[in-house]
Design a protein around this ligand. Structure first.
Ligand code: ADP
Ligand code: MG
Length: 456
């Protein structure tokens, strides 16, 4: 039995975390983390700042501990420290390890992103595997590439988390640029667009921001469900949309739900979205999943036998990001052990990640996820108490019930322990405001939503 280095161990933990989180959360919480020492059962993990420290401690400590313990059964305690790892350890080898770790992180990070365009070069239309679940969206994308601004405008693609929306959108952009490098394209996640607009308003540079968008041949906005409920940003977006649209410039949008279900978005915008082509992406069937795995494994330094890929495709069904995560994990394990895993071992490895089936959200699901997220029982959430640790989750539950199920305020009040509808309205407005003004709150709500939509 070879002993694992701290880097190996942490790589394993990161692998686990990457599988259970969205890319954005994974990067947010685990970028620049590392094990800086492991002695006498005590592991010290360095994190970049106090906010990350608190969050990891509260939300991920248990999972991290379990993962660490799998790698080294002697581990008893984890400490998180902020900042410079060098001063806190006497291990003289740490410097070289740091360098190795940087290299590992480099491989794992998105070095393929072009800083000029925000586009990841690895997302190509050629690399997009087409099957019954996504053929409509793919065909519409190809049509748009061939005649920009002419047939389907806007193109609106929607589907669940990890099903390939971002890949397709960026694939379109990469293809357009490849065929015609002079085209002016802008790709933006909606959250980025919103923050550019807010900054523009604040710094009185909003006209420049508007002009920047208006000068494009193609505007691509990803995850439009995050377009803030704020009137000003929607007004500007509406004006930008019309401006481009009227000059036959192509607009491409993605969302996790169809236009109709975008409750925070004004009717006039929704009907704009519905005026073009709407294509959905669904959960892929077995053949498509297998084909995707075969495509992904081609780019890896290791090959895996077909039975292993079949086993992954059988076990991971709902989310292509997880499918890829599982593949990466199995490759990492084969790499560490120096041999191919048997299908039995693969099955064991995957067991923990097998997702229960998707469900539509309903009030019950939202309330349950909120309770789980904050570690509360249902009774605690419903209690008539003004303690902050209860008030905040309750307000968030009210907010989510309103936003995502469109329940009426009185209904929400009665579901949450007989609260008055004015209490619910107050809570809803408060969270709406916080989501707009407080980055942490926004992150928190995103994480909760991910759990609601991504996991049963
Ligand atoms: P979404 O934006 O819908 O959450 P992504 O586009 O980020 O999902 O996809 C998650 C991962 O799955 C990406 O690494 C992407 O390359 C991969 N993926 C999704 N669909 C396909 C597909 N049809 N072919 C190949 N890879 C895919
Ligand atoms: Mg995406």
């Amino acid at each position: 039995m070879t002993t694992l280095t701290n880097e190996d161990i942490w790589k394993g933990v990161l692998g686990e975390m990457e599988m259970s989180l969205s890319k954005a959360s994974f990067v947010t919480w685990f970028k620049d983390t590392k094990i800086i020492s492991k002695e006498n059962g005590q592991v010290v993990i360095s994190v970049p700042n106090g906010f990350v420290k608190e969050w990891i401690q509260n939300k991920f400590n248990k999972v991290i501990f379990q993962c660490l313990k799998q790698a080294d059964n002697d581990i008893r305690e984890i400490n998180y420290v902020v900042g410079n790892p060098f001063v806190k350890t006497s291990d003289s080898k740490i410097l070289t390890r740091e360098i190795q770790l940087e290299q590992i992180q480099e491989i794992n990070s998105d070095t393929d992103i072009d800083p000029k365009t925000n586009l990841n070069r690895k997302y190509t239309l050629d690399g997009f595997v087409v099957g019954p679940s996504n053929e409509l969206a793919y065909a519409a994308s190809m049509a748009v590439v061939k005649s920009l601004g002419k047939i389907y405008n806007p193109l609106f693609i929607y589907g669940g988390v990890g099903l390939g929306k971002t890949h397709l959108l960026q694939g379109i952009a990469n293809k357009i640029l490849k065929d015609n490098p002079d085209k002016k394209i802008i790709y933006l996640p909606a959250e980025k667009m919103v923050s550019e607009l807010i900054e523009g308003i604040k710094n009185k540079t909003i006209e420049e921001v508007k002009t920047k968008y208006a000068q494009r041949d193609v505007l691509i906005v990803d995850d439009i469900q995050f377009l803030a409920a704020k009137e000003t940003t929607q007004n500007i977006f509406f004006a930008t949309f019309n401006n481009l649209y009227n000059r036959n410039k192509q607009i491409i949008l993605s969302s996790d739900r169809p236009p109709k279900a975008l409750s925070a978005i004004e009717e006039r915008l929704k009907s704009r979205f519905e005026g073009g082509m709407i294509a959905d992406i669904n959960i892929p069937d077995y053949e498509t999943r297998l084909a995707i795995l075969k495509t992904k494994v081609k780019n890896k330094p290791i090959s895996l036998p077909d039975e292993v890929l079949e086993c992954i495709a059988t076990n991971i069904q709902k989310n292509i990001r997880e499918l890829e995560g599982a593949l990466n994990r199995i490759i990492a394990v084969s790499d560490l052990t120096g041999r191919e895993p048997t299908p039995k071992e693969v099955e064991k490895l995957l067991k923990a990640y097998v997702q229960a089936s998707y469900r539509k959200t309903n009030a019950q699901a939202i309330v349950k996820v909120v309770c789980d997220f904050y570690g509360l029982t249902l009774n605690e959430l419903l209690k008539k108490s003004r303690k902050t640790f209860l008030v905040k989750p309750r307000q968030i539950a009210m907010y989510l019930l309103r936003e995502d199920t469109k329940a009426s305020f009185p209904d929400i009040g009665s579901r949450l322990g007989g609260k008055d509808h004015s209490t619910v309205i107050h809570a809803y407005r408060k969270i709406v405001e916080e989501v707009e003004n407080n980055e942490n709150m926004k992150q928190e709500i995103n994480l909760i939503r991910e759990r609601i939509y991504n996991k049963a």
